[in-house]
Ligand binder design. Structure first.
Ligand SMILES: CC(=O)SCCNC(=O)CCNC(=O)[C@H](O)C(C)(C)COP(=O)(O)OP(=O)(O)OC[C@H]1O[C@@H](n2cnc3c(N)ncnc32)[C@H](O)[C@@H]1OP(=O)(O)O
Ligand SMILES: O=CC(=O)O
Ligand SMILES: [Mg+2]
Length: 522
């Protein structure tokens, strides 16, 4: 069902969720319609530009620092002010927006909670709307939850984490809201609804409308966000620069425009973050058709080596020169239940990852689970202060280092793991869950993208494995069938397997697995 109003706004909703009418007001929908009318054509053009650029990468072009913006990289300028409650970003917990997790994350002892409508969320209408209601309730001081399974009551305690919201990337649409019959952008919907409903309440509470921006590919995409913010601040009567954002550098092209992204967003930006999982995915996606860039097993691509190490160091150097925070990223290890030894090993790996980030000069990091907050806080105590903005590394990784491929084997175990993880993750996503624990690792949209992208790349080149075999269509079909049989009766597994099969065997590389998956999402 949809209502098309004259000043175009349309909302289709499956079920009347309690509280939805309080956030989906005429004012909020009118504002989202304004965002759509003003900015959606540009969004679509920028997505088309990504595809054009991909054609050049496919012909062998490699990312480089744009010559036309050398003046931005070479001149001295700094970003605008950073609010008091964003000065200490040492440990940030991330997670989906359901009430229990929001409350647990706010109470976790982390400095910041990033409420995620992107990698950790399967964007069903109910999940999105409930998430927005929960975030608004946080600012209205009325967020509560009783777990029906345990009867336990949840409420926000003293000193909650600072709230930052991650809207979806530019590529996704929100099909339940249309303007002149066209679905609006998921990013503009998530951003618009939150900022409309919560900006003033957040400011009154001494915080502000803070966002993480995912999956940007260029300075032009940053400039689009900047214009969205300028318009929003004017529309809502906020001072210029009230909205504050941290941009994830999680695509290979964006890593070559970090200065430019900071510059375009200088009124609103406070830092960059190493979104390592999408970054690996982007490396495979953008350069994956080159036979000399066939990646090794996912587990061999670690942050201390090759293109990942180079980009972390370059991000620190770029940010600190401009007075911006250089955030680390997410270690995928999570606590292991019922096995003390495996748990200690997982914790030790997280600690080592966080100490590496401190050593690289990062100002803070991400964790996926409340039990990891003290581990990361302890590692970041090594910084001897709330941040390391004063630290400007002298050696800045070169273009060559930024493109260096990880070395390592491709193995049957690695391929089977990619199949198992991708298929189970897609099944969970189709069931409405965007982050899941699998084999003692946190898996979300970004990590699952790596799995399916590697399978596609290996199949395309019949990549050699360590045992002398090459990864062929027959092997893929056999291993997929065997892994599915071993998994047994998992909800949505058949649909997930069909989608994975299509993604891996198609000649074309699908930009995001969540695009075809969204068509299947109930
Ligand atoms: C690549 C990227 O983009 S990373 C960012 C996106 N990804 C994420 O945000 C993932 C966040 N993490 C999670 O979703 C979860 O921790 C998972 C899926 C990895 C693991 O989930 P589970 O195995 O169900 O967690 P587990 O059972 O250990 O949870 C124990 C308790 O901690 C809570 N918890 C777990 N993770 C979180 C979290 N990230 N935030 C808040 N609370 C959490 C649970 O709600 C549960 O609370 P309870 O004891 O009150 O019932
Ligand atoms: O969003 C974070 C990532 O690693 O991807
Ligand atoms: Mg990501």
């Amino acid at each position: 069902m949809s209502n098309v109003l004259d000043r175009p706004v349309a909302v289709a909703s499956h079920s009347p969720l309690p509280g939805a009418d309080e956030i989906l007001t005429d004012g909020a929908l009118g504002f989202i319609a304004e965002l759509h009318e003003r900015f959606d054509d540009r969004r679509k053009q920028l997505l088309a530009d990504r595809i054009e650029r991909q054609k050049r990468f496919d012909r062998g072009e490699l990312p480089d620092f744009p010559p036309e913006t050398a003046h931005i990289r070479e001149s001295d300028w700094r970003i605008g002010s950073i609010p008091a409650d964003l000065q200490d970003r040492q440990v940030e917990i991330t997670g989906p927006t359901n009430a229990k997790m929001v409350i647990n994350a706010l109470n976790s002892g982390a400095k910041v909670f990033m409420a995620d409508f992107e990698d950790a969320t399967a964007p069903t209408w109910d999940e999105l709307i409930r998430g927005q209601i929960n975030l608004r309730n946080r600012w209205l001081g009325r967020l509560r939850f009783t777990d029906p399974a345990t009867g336990k009551d949840y409420a926000i305690g003293p000193n909650p984490a600072v709230l930052i919201v991650r809207p979806r990337g530019w590529h996704l649409i929100e099909r339940h809201v249309t303007v002149r019959g066209e679905p609006v952008s998921g990013a503009l919907f998530d951003f618009g609804l939150y900022v409309w409903n919560c900006a003033k309440a957040a400011l009154e509470a001494g915080s502000g409308p803070y966002f993480y921006l995912p999956k940007l590919e260029s300075r032009f995409e940053a400039a689009l966000w900047s214009d969205v913010f300028e318009f929003t601040e004017e529309w809502l009567g906020l001072d210029r620069g009230t909205i504050k954002v941290t941009v994830l550098i999680e695509t290979l092209p964006a890593a070559f425009e970090m200065d430019e992204i900071l510059y375009e967003l200088r009124e609103n930006i406070v830092g960059l973050n190493c979104g390592r999982w999408d970054y690996i995915f982007s490396y495979i996606k953008r350069l994956g058709r080159s036979p000399d860039r066939i990646t090794p097993d996912r587990s061999a691509m670690t942050m201390d080596k090759a293109f990942l190490a180079a980009y972390s160091l370059r991000l620190v150097a770029t940010c600190h020169r401009r007075g911006a925070f250089a955030m680390g990223g997410m270690s995928a290890f999570i606590p292991v239940k019922g096995d003390d030894r495996a748990n200690s090993e997982a914790i030790a790996k997280v600690r080592a990852d966080k100490l590496r980030e401190v050593g690289n000069g990062h100002d803070g990091t991400w964790v996926a689970h409340p039990a990891l907050v003290p581990v990361a806080l302890d590692a970041f105590r090594e910084m001897h202060g709330p941040n390391q903005l004063f630290l400007i590394p002298e050696e800045i990784p070169t273009r060559h280092m930024m493109l260096a491929l990880h070395q390592g084997a491709r193995t049957e175990a690695g391929a089977r793991e990619n199949i198992r993880v991708a298929v189970q993750y897609i099944a969970a996503w189709l069931g409405g869950r965007g982050a899941v624990p699998l084999y003692n690792l946190m898996e979300d949209a970004a990590t699952a993208e790596i799995c399916r992208a590697q399978l596609w790349q290996w199949l395309r080149f019949e990549a050699p494995f360590d045992d002398g075999r090459r990864f062929s269509r027959d092997l893929f079909e056999d291993w997929l069938a065997e892994e599915l049989a071993a998994l047994g009766d998992v909800p949505n597994l058949k649909a997930a397997a069909r989608l994975l099969h299509e993604l891996v065997t198609d000649d074309e590389f699908e930009e995001f697995l969540t695009l075809p998956a969204y068509d299947l999402l109930a």
